[in-house]
Every structure is written in C-alpha cells, then in structure tokens.
Design a protein around this ligand. Structure first.
Ligand SMILES: [Zn+2]
Length: 210
C-alpha cells in the first residue's frame, strides 16, 4: 500500500541528522546532544523530518459521524462474538479477551491501531525510502484498508536504517500516551467522543528494525 500524499494538518517537525539522516533527535533525551551519535555530523535545527501526529489525526477521524458509527458498529459485532464463532481477526482471539479483562477497550470509542513500516526504493532516484502508516484495526475488515480509514504519518529518506529505533521512539511514546490518556473529541463545544488508542503492534516490511 503506497500513498503519495501526507496530510498537511497535524504535522510536526522533528530534528534529524543533517548529513545522512541516520538519527532522529528526541527533543527531551537528546536536548544536549550537539552531534549525530551515529556519524558525528553537527546538529542543525533546519534538518527535520515531518510526521503526522497520530492523536490529532485520530481525533479528526472520530469527529466524523460516519467513522464513529463504524467504530460503534464493529464494537457491537465484537461484543456479540462467542467462543464458537470462527476466528476472523485479532478481536476473535484470546489475546484480545485478555486485554479486555484487564480493562482495555472499555470505552465505546476506544480503538486499536497497527503501525506499518514499508521500505522501498524510488524508481526515479534510486533513493531508499521508508513509509510509515497507520491502520485502524477496530473497524470492519471490509473497510479497514481503504484510503479514508488508513493514514500515512511519514515518508523518510536517507539512511534511516542505521538507527531506525530513534525514528520509531517518538511515535511509540505518543502511542503509549494515547493508551493511558484518552482523546477527548468535541465539536462546536459539544462532547462527542472519548477514546483511548491501543497499539497492537508494528508490521515491518523490507526494513530491519533493531
Ligand atoms: Zn548521522
């Protein structure tokens, strides 16, 4: 699944290694670093990569009546399942039941996402790129992979493989926050949804993640 457009809304800039792009600086942990820890290149505030903020994007999706309706409807489907039903996806399985018993997914609009990391090479420039996108898994499988229900958070260029963990770090941190601090969605001052976001995992294709 390759998309070429990244939504301009909700985009945040993150500082990266200015030479090869081999490291993404954490604004807190790396506040005092003056050079890339991988290649030694001097840090420059202009070298940035842009990433979509997942919480902001999910909020905008939940503000849409149609999407919220899909979340509510699939929740009913999941809740009605019994042990005798065939396995259709993660929400049929025992891992999900265990998470449920621990109090996860208790909110009506709580959702689950999967982070997808695709490595590919541009036919035009031979440059290697990595694309990260989000699949919302807590909606019906028939619409789960459509353009409206998935979104891209970044396209990365350069030597990101050297320390890909540094690129994933901020994303994972934001997902950890979203699983404990719910998103509150309001429209015209009225509350319409409260949602925690749970990350079910990272699917990586063609990228070595250390
Ligand atoms: Zn570097």
């Amino acid at each position: 699944m390759i998309k070429t457009k990244i939504s301009n809304t909700f985009v945040r800039a993150h500082e990266i290694c200015p030479d090869k792009g081999c490291y993404l600086f954490d604004p807190i942990v790396d506040a005092n670093k003056i050079a890339c820890p991988e290649c030694g290149a001097s840090r420059q505030s202009k070298s940035v990569v842009k990433m979509v903020n997942i919480g902001d994007h999910v909020s905008s999706m939940l503000a849409c009546d149609e999407f919220r309706g899909e979340v509510e409807q699939y929740r009913e489907v999941i809740d009605a399942r019994t042990d005798q039903d065939p396995y259709t996806d993660f929400f049929s399985g025992s891992s999900y039941q265990e998470l449920r018993s621990r109090g996860l997914f208790s909110g009506k609009h709580d959702i689950a996402i999967v982070l997808c990391v695709d490595g590919f090479t541009s036919h035009v420039s031979n440059e290697s790129m990595v694309m990260i996108h989000v699949i919302i898994s807590r909606i019906d499988p028939s619409i789960r992979y459509t353009d409206d229900n998935t979104f891209q958070i970044a396209i990365l260029f350069g030597d990101t493989k050297t320390n890909f963990e540094s690129y994933l770090r901020l994303i994972i941190q934001s997902l950890n926050r979203l699983s404990s601090q719910p998103i509150i969605v309001k429209r015209n001052g009225f509350h319409i949804a409260t949602s925690k976001v749970y990350n079910l995992g990272v699917i990586a294709d063609g990228v070595e993640i250390n």
